[in-house]
Design a protein around this ligand. Structure first.
Ligand code: CUA
Length: 166
């Protein structure tokens, strides 16, 4: 079989771009941890508060786990419970969230923390908060008339640099 010179170039170019994109995807997924929500745990979204850990939303220090803090969060139209989150710098944190009604987002602006909260599912994300500051939490899934007003904040506090006015 005879292949034209340009035909060969295109085959090489096509194969090379395929390999390049697979590498980018692989590095993103396996090295940078970018992947869709993998939680297979489900719950009845109309009775969220009856399920652990959503019976006790908030920031909790935990012992004997691979992370130091758990942030348990319930989203509903159009707010987050708890409304404000504070964490110490360099804490390893597991965010566990769900929604009581429609699909909401949980994105911490300027970080890798970005989850879709689906009715009936646990959304979980573990990370280390390694930059002090105050971050905006936004809902990035259109959820209704109050969508644009659905936001909250997260404060990462450096204990060594705090002052009394904190
Ligand atoms: Cu909640 Cu948009």
């Amino acid at each position: 079989m005879h292949l034209h010179k340009y035909e060969k170039w295109w085959l090489v170019f096509g194969s090379a771009t395929l390999v390049a994109f697979l590498i980018i995807l692989g590095v993103g997924a396996f090295h940078n941890g970018t992947h869709p929500n993998q939680s297979k745990k489900t719950l009845d979204y109309e009775r969220v508060e009856e399920f652990e850990p959503f019976d006790n939303p908030g920031v909790h220090k935990v012992e004997g786990k691979k992370w130091d803090y758990e942030v348990v969060l319930i989203a509903s139209a159009f707010n987050y419970n708890p409304g404000a989150i504070e964490l110490p710098l360099n804490a390893k944190v597991k965010f566990i969230a769900t929604t009581k009604d429609v699909i909401h987002g949980f994105q911490v602006a300027g970080t890798n923390i970005n989850m879709m909260l689906e009715p009936g599912y646990y959304s979980e994300y573990t990370t280390v908060v390694n930059k002090a500051g105050e971050y905006l939490i936004v809902c990035n899934e259109f959820c209704g008339t109050g969508h644009a007003f659905m936001y909250s904040s997260i404060k990462v506090v450096d204990a060594n640099a705090t002052d009394s006015s904190n």
